[in-house]
Every structure is written in structure tokens, then in C-alpha cells.
Design a protein around this ligand. Sequence first.
Ligand code: ZN
Length: 202
Amino acid sequence: MIEGFFRFHRDVYPTHRDLFRRLAKEQNPGTLFICCSDSRMIPELITQCEPGDLFVIRNAGNIIPSFGPDPGGVTATVEYAISVLGVRDLIVCGHSDCGAMKAIATNISLEGMPAVRNWLQYADAAKLVSSAKRHCSVDAHVDSMVRENVIAQINNVRTHPSVALGLTQSRLNLHGWIYDIESGSLEVLDHESSTFSPVLDS
Ligand code: ZN
């Protein structure tokens, strides 16, 4: 990794010097991007964004707890992004083969992982909706869980006061995305029909 830093400093930094100088004292990201911690999910790579473009929250399962009396780090970061930075778009991006969603869909024992077990309860709505559907395979169930979870997390984030205000004042847009690791393709959520469609025809 240090070798990588040397390469960055030698080859990449000089070509972005002006950008980093501009960003040295302020940021003005237009988008809050919420995705999984999964090592295969790289928001800046798939959107070809530059430093300063995306304000990012990453955690296991791209989860946003509903607003409540004991707000945590995710909630504080959402609030800051909307109230202070004034992001105009909030994207919840799930991905194929998500370990967190697979654990829920396959009812993996989370004995000995109390923190994970508690955390994944924020996806309970998705779990119930997905379980009520018929699936022809485990992979199909996991895929359904990934999709329902993006919808559930968008519903969760609507409970945050800063989000509710931003939506009411028409200065915030919510988006649901699914990224497929193998094909590199992207699907986006249609809020009215609660279905996802590819952004590219292929
Ligand atoms: Zn994941």
C-alpha cells in the first residue's frame, strides 16, 4: 500500500494539483453516496467521480438506521451532509453478492456476532418483504434481499428530519441503485413501481 502511495504521489497527484489546491480549504459535494463496505464496491470508480464530488457513508449492508432517540454515526453523517453541505442527491447503492444480505437471506447463525446481528435488524422490513416472495434459488433470494434492502433503507432515511425537510423544500432527491460486480452494470429504482431498471440497454 505504501508503494501505491508512492505511485499516487509521483504519477497521480501532479496531474490533479489544481484540484487539490481548490479543495484544500473547502468541499462542496453534490451527492451523499451510501454503499456497502464491500471491497468490490468502489463508488468513485463506477461513477468516475473526482475527489470532492461524493460525500460517502460505507457500512455493512448499506444500512441507514431510522431516526430515533439515540442517533448514531450514520444519522449524524446524513444530517451533516444535508443540513451543512447541502447535498442535492442522496444515493443508496446496494450490490450483487452482498455478504450482509446473504447472511439475512440464508438465515446464517450470527451467534458470537452480536453487533452484526443487531445492525442487520435495520434491514428487517426488507427481510420480511423478501421472505414473503417465492424464489427459485438461494441466489435469487439474495438478489431479492439486495433490492428490497435498498428500498427499505430509502424508507428509513425518509424518517430523518433533515431528509424530510429537504424533500419538502424540493432541494433533495433520493435514488436507489444496484451495482452488479460481475457485469459492471447498474440498475436504478423507479420509486412509483418499486422496481429497478438497467441504466444501459444491453
Ligand atoms: Zn455488501
